[in-house]
Unconditional design. Structure first.
Length: 669
């Protein structure tokens, strides 16, 4: 470790230590020009420059088992792999976030609950208002609003991510080879596959184009005709040696063999590849040209994060690609910019890996044209929760971060909100407020206009209102402490938020799904107007915002819940099921939340004798005594006209929007 880097980390450690005694709302500017320089990117001059950099860094880190994290270890050994990795997008006007999941202008059907309207995010369900497209059970299914299954197309690989564009469907899938070499696992490299499916005739859908690229998918976004696909690709084709037997000699022999493998490597081992098939033609080549690849000054891993541009008006052939040899964990995009957030590399092989001083580097790219161009870099302390931790507003980037993640164990931590502004090649921190949720971690974030809302949790749920009117002087205006936490915040009406998460005891033990209505009209005095709870329940919304649908004053939330076993059951009698799954429908008014009812899908049941385990036939009474079989869990909901359409892996069902009366259930098989 150089003296320069040691000094940076020492400063970060001091800042972190100070945070533990800082009162909420303290403003600081701890990111120095030196730290900014460590985050800035450098473009490779040539392929020779690229290869020399990769070889030099690899020789310094190679082990008897290959490169740590690439090969024997089965994946990139990065700190952010333990974190939730949902990526993000938004448009340049942050105020429009309030319309992200609501009524479509000029339309009468809902769409995916994206962070910001106008930039689509891939999901397992899409609709054009007339047909519903569903990825389930390894197939693409198309159902119309009358309940007719128009067609199904079996796919080679499981997928839950797609876009629809006119009468075509873009499906994303992943594959990963693997096996064993002797007694050591040998991991293949990940490949992302993109399919273009002609769905103009749903009864005879066909794959018209196929694009396969090296790397695992991080994210994708669709703006008009243009898809931005982001993948992380590890080094390729390096068949590492492993110790042949025990002892130091075997390890040293393997180490020397691996050094020779690195020295003999070519640039093709360090750059991802693509293969495109379509219309009887095939093209292939290097996915990223060396002149379009960048690296930070401080080594940050061998993964090449690649931003691939696809113009659907031209099919799936990549229009351009830009690479960053650092990987990435969070992606945030506006109509013209894309931000890559990357946790600073940690050297786990050192005697004392630096955890406390870790920062997140953020790199900005211009995506206003087909060619993605690097613009600037900056850093913030700590870790980002998910895509909602970043937001662009009036040219500035607001970022919420936590110094120490929950999985790292008990200890002191706090959270902060930073404002970054582009200055030449740097994203400089122009304002910062720290001290939020000391000893806690961020559970949800939402930026709306000039305000930011941050929820932290360990035992109670502080909801902080951060005023960002003056970007150079962000201020915590108000704080509300209640039990439990909100894992997702949704803007509602004027000055209100709907929070979806978990209720909890005074000691922080979670109790079940909770929906809360917050009044944040007075930023200095946020209040909770009402709450609705389901004991022993949880919802996918807690980690995936796409699972919730908001339509006018109504929220649709999928859930699953378990109750306590019924002790009254006599020996030999089947166990009465206490499992429930379905869609929770709630109405939100200006001063309260009303439970409208539940929607569920038909399910088959498995009944068994408690003592022998033998299956028992309860006939029509099975629903009262037996356990539902897996598959009827509602994952998504859509509003089309006067109907609610719900989707599970079993099929699609319609219900009346007003009465919730069940209409037609369309099974996939």
């Amino acid at each position: 470790m150089t003296r320069k880097l040691t000094l940076i980390l020492a400063v970060a450690l001091v800042a972190s230590a100070c945070a533990r005694t800082t009162e909420v709302g303290t403003n600081i500017r701890p990111i120095t020009a030196t730290a900014l320089g460590e985050a800035a990117l450098t473009v490779f001059d040539s392929c020779d420059d690229y290869l020399d950099y990769a070889r030099t860094e690899a020789l310094a880190r190679v082990t008897p088992y290959g490169l740590e994290g690439y090969g024997y270890y089965g994946g990139p050994e990065r700190f952010d792999d333990f974190a939730m990795e949902e990526m993000a997008t938004t448009t340049a006007v942050a105020d429009s976030t309030a319309e992200g999941a609501g009524r479509i202008a000029g339309g009468d059907f809902s769409q995916s609950n994206v962070q910001v309207a106008g930039i689509d995010e891939p999901d397992l369900v899409k609709t054009d208002g007339e047909r519903i497209y569903v990825l389930a059970n390894g197939a693409l299914h198309v159902v119309n609003t009358s309940g007719d299954l128009l067609g199904s197309l079996t796919l080679e690989r499981w997928s839950e991510l797609m876009f629809i564009h006119e009468d075509r469907v873009v499906v994303f899938a992943s594959e990963w080879g693997g096996g064993f070499r002797g007694f050591a696992p040998s991991y293949g490299s990940p490949v992302t596959e993109v399919l273009l499916i002609d769905a103009s005739d749903a009864a005879s859908m066909e794959i018209t184009e196929r694009l396969r690229v090296d790397g695992s998918q991080v994210s994708a976004r669709l703006i008009d005709d243009r898809v931005r696909l982001v993948v992380n690709a590890p080094p390729l084709g390096l068949e590492w040696a492993f110790p042949q037997g025990s002892g130091l000699r075997a390890e040293r022999d393997a180490l020397e063999a691996n050094k020779k493998i690195i020295e003999a490597s070519t640039v093709d081992n360090w750059l991802p590849y693509f293969v495109h098939e379509g219309a009887g033609t095939e093209s292939e080549g290097v996915l990223v040209e060396c002149a379009n690849a960048y690296h930070p000054e401080q080594f940050s891993g061998f993964e090449l994060l690649t931003i691939v541009t696809i113009d659907l008006s031209q099919g799936l052939v990549p229009v351009s690609s830009t690479g960053l040899m650092a990987g990435g964990s969070e992606i945030y995009a506006t109509a013209d910019s894309l931000y890559v957030a990357q946790q600073r590399w940690i050297d786990w092989s050192s005697e004392q890996p630096d955890i406390e001083g870790i920062t997140t580097d953020i790199h900005a790219f211009d995506t206003g044209t087909d060619t993605v161009v690097y613009q600037a870099s900056g850093s913030v302390p700590g870790f980002l929760l998910n895509q909602f931790a970043m937001d662009e507003y009036q040219g500035d980037l607001r970022v919420a971060s936590t110094r120490t993640p929950e999985w790292f164990g008990p200890g002191d931590s706090d959270s902060l909100v930073s404002v970054l502004r582009r200055d030449g090649g740097g994203l400089e921190v122009i304002g910062q407020v720290e001290g939020l949720g000391v000893t806690e971690q961020i559970r949800s974030v939402r930026f709306i206009g000039r305000l930011g809302y941050v929820v932290t949790f360990r035992q109670t749920d502080p909801l902080y209102v951060v005023d960002l009117t003056e970007p150079t002087n962000p201020v915590v205006k108000g704080e509300l402490k209640i039990n439990g936490y909100s894992a997702y915040l949704h803007p509602y009406g004027d000055g209100q938020l709907v929070g979806i998460g978990q209720d909890a005891t005074d000691q922080g033990r979670t109790l079940g799904l909770q929906v809360s209505l917050f009044d944040v009209t007075n930023s200095q005095d946020p209040t909770r107007l009402d709450a609705l709870s389901l004991a022993n329940a949880y919802t996918e919304v807690e980690w995936n915002h796409l699972a919730v649908t908001a339509w006018n004053d109504r929220f649709f939330i999928p859930f699953e819940r378990w109750g306590e076993p019924d002790d009254s059951i006599a020996p030999g009698e089947p166990w009465i099921s206490t499992y429930e799954t379905g869609l929770l429908v709630v109405d939100v008014a200006q001063n309260g939340i009303r439970d409208v009812g539940r929607i569920s899908h038909p399910s088959s049941y498995y009944c068994w004798d408690e003592e022998t385990g033998a299956e028992v036939d309860f006939g029509d009474a099975a629903a009262d005594f037996c356990e539902p079989q897996w598959g009827a869990q509602i994952r998504r909901s859509l509003i089309i006209g006067d109907d609610i359409f719900t989707v599970s892996s079993r099929g699609v069902q319609s219900n009346d929007y007003t009465t919730l009366a069940t209409g037609v259930f369309t099974p996939f098989t």
